[in-house]
Design a binder for this molecule. Sequence first.
Ligand SMILES: Cc1cc2nc3c(=O)[nH]c(=O)nc-3n(C[C@H](O)[C@H](O)[C@H](O)COP(=O)(O)O)c2cc1C
Length: 369
Amino acid sequence: MTQVKNDAIKFAYWVPNVSGGLVVSNIKQRTDWSYDYNVKLAQTAENSGFEYALTQIRFTAGYNAENQHESVSFSHGILAKTEKLKVIAAILPGPWKPALAAKQLATIDHLTNGRIAINVVSGWFRGEFDAIGEEWPEHDQRYARSEEFIRALKGVWTQDNFSFDGKFYQFKDYTLSPKPIQKPHIEIFQGGSSRAARDMASRVSDWYFTNGNTPEELKKQIDDIREKAKANNHDVKVGVNAFIIARDTEEEAKAVLQEIIDGANVEAVKAFGDATKEAGAATAEGEGNWAKSTFEDLVQYNDGFRTNLIGTPQQIAERIVELKSVGVDLILSGFLHFIEEVEYFGEKVLSLVRELEAAQQNQITAKSA
Ligand SMILES: Cc1cc2nc3c(=O)[nH]c(=O)nc-3n(C[C@H](O)[C@H](O)[C@H](O)COP(=O)(O)O)c2cc1C
């Protein structure tokens, strides 16, 4: 296989740790949320060129996901059975306090030779918060809390005698020992794309995850974040969600998409659409995840069809390289039948992406020679 360069686009997949797969549809799926299935999937993914896996945090059924395994323990379970994969555990400030998260993740970092990461989720699902007795701060306050959460994590992970006097969290002379293996600290991802989310990314997060979208719309978000991050002297990388349907012909791939949409669980999609109004749509700017989503978009619950990685391996590889050219660093992928499609993706698509990247690199080198 072609040599992977440092700036090679990276690949992550969604861990199906909740039932129902990644689409809110009654289409038959050979994806399973069990531990055994997920171990096999993780091993297949790391051997197919995927560097990251992202678990989901969900306390109650939403968008069809009747059953949900907890994200941190599930991440550790996957790490225990893999060798290279980095697993990103999703955590909600609120149920988690930064002291617990910092300690828990530092221990997992030691148990797994530095392969845990965190996705700080700010929350959009009010019904879930009500169900578990968590208060529901308004949208921008949720991000203010997440930002303090991240600052506290970084402080605890990197400093002795850490003190912090925030609105939401306080630390007094706290020393975590042992500190994580990863330096300077465990990688911190965040989800969300409202103005508050972008501002937070430009100040504190290592990675910004956003819902699926077109290269043009993604470019607007990325330019905004990178400009603000530069002013803050901060570096942030960008990951975008995509539901990938790679088939030998374009017709086959499009037919699968149509079948997924035709089989949509209409009631669950509508309920999900209502719940997402608490996300970026609730802000004065009205910007953010799901703010412009149609019914069809919502059938994949992070707008994954919008990224349009649906077609032949060649079409998909070319679109991935286009996403890279607007500043995307990582593709977060979902699949209908995970194990077999991750394998197909690694064999047919990822290798083509590496070839296209190498050809681009050669062109740049030739021009500058
Ligand atoms: C890639 C990605 C992963 C996410 N994972 C979760 C999750 O596991 N659980 C959850 O409740 N919300 C999750 N979210 C939701 C976000 O954390 C955030 O609450 C939501 O996108 C609203 O963002 P906005 O208000 O900034 O538009 C995820 C979002 C993205 C983009």
